[in-house]
Design a protein around this ligand. Sequence first.
Ligand code: PEP
Length: 250
Amino acid sequence: MKPLIAGNWKMHLNRADAAALAGELVRSLPAPLEYADVALFPPFPYIADVLGAVADSDIEVGAQNMHEADRGAFTGEVSGPMLLDVGATRVLVGHSERRHVFGESDGATNQKIKAALGHDIAPTLCVGEQLEEREAGQTEAVVERQLRAGLDGVSAERANTVTVAYEPVWAIGTGLTASPEQAGEVHAFIRGLLIDIWGDAGARVRILYGGSVKPANASALLKTPEIGGVLVGGASLTTNLFLPIIRAAE
Ligand code: PEP
């Protein structure tokens, strides 16, 4: 399977810059893009503009979060049917900023994963330990808890629609990157868990690495066994950083 190179734009850019960045990526990449899948996760209000900008390309567009209910009195939230309505086909679930800034629980991530799958929106479940947890030797326990809880009740038939992203919280937006060895160890652990949960289907799930991925470290990370792509925050906001990361997958 091709590696997935995903850009999480968080709460950055404006409408014109978001469309311009997406358009520049389309013009700069070969079509079809044989060596990688590319997905962009713009802020909600720009999803439609970015979809317009990538219309004639293979670039996919998703949302950074969604609510598990289809509709209702949930001020400030966005539902799966609304994402589908504008054309988003992917969603990030349980990003560390959702968990640690907005207090999203493992149970909430599970409901969101199930709701996304129910609408045929492909979820990326993000997991990862905080610095204190790594230092206390709890990395595997934290990742296992988040993974098993997030995927609870999801059948093996749906495994091919799910992506997992390992994002050590201490490496997100800090400039600190997990070394390929550190990332590879956790990725191998996650692979074992996915096979335990889903059998053979768990062997085919893409596991992305995220946390200060830059042009300088992308290639080594992408060559590491079990790293099936990267989830990129800061370096996905400019073509001069994001394009070399995409090309590192070649
Ligand atoms: C992220 O937002 O998922 C991320 C990994 O951010 P950064 O690349 O900026 O560390």
